[in-house]
Design a protein around this ligand. Structure first.
Ligand code: CP
Length: 290
């Protein structure tokens, strides 16, 4: 299979190479693919991933086909495989897919055009992890020895699961924190205030209500006071430490309104870097390297 499904498929050298390529694109390196056509296919809601992939395609001179999941023959019972196979038959050069099913791409193993995973269920969000790593690399110039705590709804988060695996491989110390009900033991647990005082990176997560089977055991206000990045907690952080969040953010829940755009926040920089990371991944795949 060609494209990008999970970062587990990539060596740390390849991950660093993609980040360096994205940094080069951000500095103005220009590469164009004017004869290529790529489909964006989003079966779950998205703003950043969907539209930053589209901006990345436009920046690369690639024609964008935005597949309308609500008006398509999927609603007549056509499978994901047959839908992607159809686009392959139409001569499309790649497909970007977000789907609610973990590992959906395993049903697409015989597809020959590159597939780019825009997020699968609770499992992987590889381009989000790459843009997070690019943002950390821009800030610190390294990964080894950095301490990061991912805080919030860990158990329902593909961002957490993607990042924990790759950050550990890159030599970072990764912790998780937040309500005990979201602790899936995917990394070492640390209390919220201790994390704020000791980490280089605090990565906040949205509460993923749409994936919850049961109602969360507290109000949003209580969550904010007990686990949110309040101004008080932001002031506990080390001078050089930064706040990240994959977004969408819920101001007043996992992050205070006044903290979302404070000088420690890299949230909007992450979004900008997402365009360059997605350009790097698509370009690398079209050049036959992914
Ligand atoms: N970070 C992220 O995946 O955002 P979207 O759901 O808006 O794409």
């Amino acid at each position: 299979m060609r494209g990008l499904f999970t970062l587990k498929d990539l060596s740390t050298d390849k991950i660093k190479e993609l980040i360096r390529y994205a940094e080069k694109l951000k500095k103005g390196f220009r590469i164009q693919y004017p004869d290529k056509k790529i489909v964006t296919m989003f079966f779950e809601n998205s703003t950043r991933t969907h539209y930053s992939f589209q901006v990345a395609l436009m920046n690369l001179g690639i024609s964008v086909i935005d597949f309308d999941t609500k008006e398509s023959s999927i609603n007549k019972g056509e499978s994901l495989y047959d839908t992607v196979r159809t686009f392959e038959a139409l001569g499309v050069d790649g497909v970007i897919i977000r789907h609610s099913k973990d590992d959906y791409y395993k049903d697409l193993e015989t597809i020959r055009i590159p597939i780019f995973n825009g997020g699968d269920g609770k499992a992987n969000h590889p381009t989000q992890s790459l843009l997070d790593l690019m943002t950390i690399h821009e800030e610190f110039g390294k990964f080894e020895g950095l301490k990061c705590c991912i805080m919030g709804d860990i158990s329902h988060s593909r961002v957490a699961h993607s990042n924990i695996e790759v950050m550990q491989r890159l030599g970072m110390e990764v912790y998780i924190s937040g309500p005990e009900e979201f602790n899936d033991h995917s990394a070492k647990w640390i209390p919220v205030d201790e994390a704020c005082k000791t980490m280089d990176v605090i990565m906040l997560l949205r509460i993923q209500f749409e994936r919850h089977q049961e109602k969360m055991g507290m109000s949003k206000e209580e969550y904010h006071q007990r686990y949110g990045m309040t101004e008080e907690r932001m002031k506990m952080m080390k001078d050089h430490a930064i706040i990240m969040h994959p977004a969408p953010i819920n101001r007043g829940v996992e992050i205070a309104d006044s903290v979302a755009e404070c000088e420690k926040s890299r949230i909007y920089k992450q979004m900008t870097n997402g365009v360059y990371i997605r350009m790097a991944v698509i370009s690398d795949a079209l050049d036959g390297n992914l």
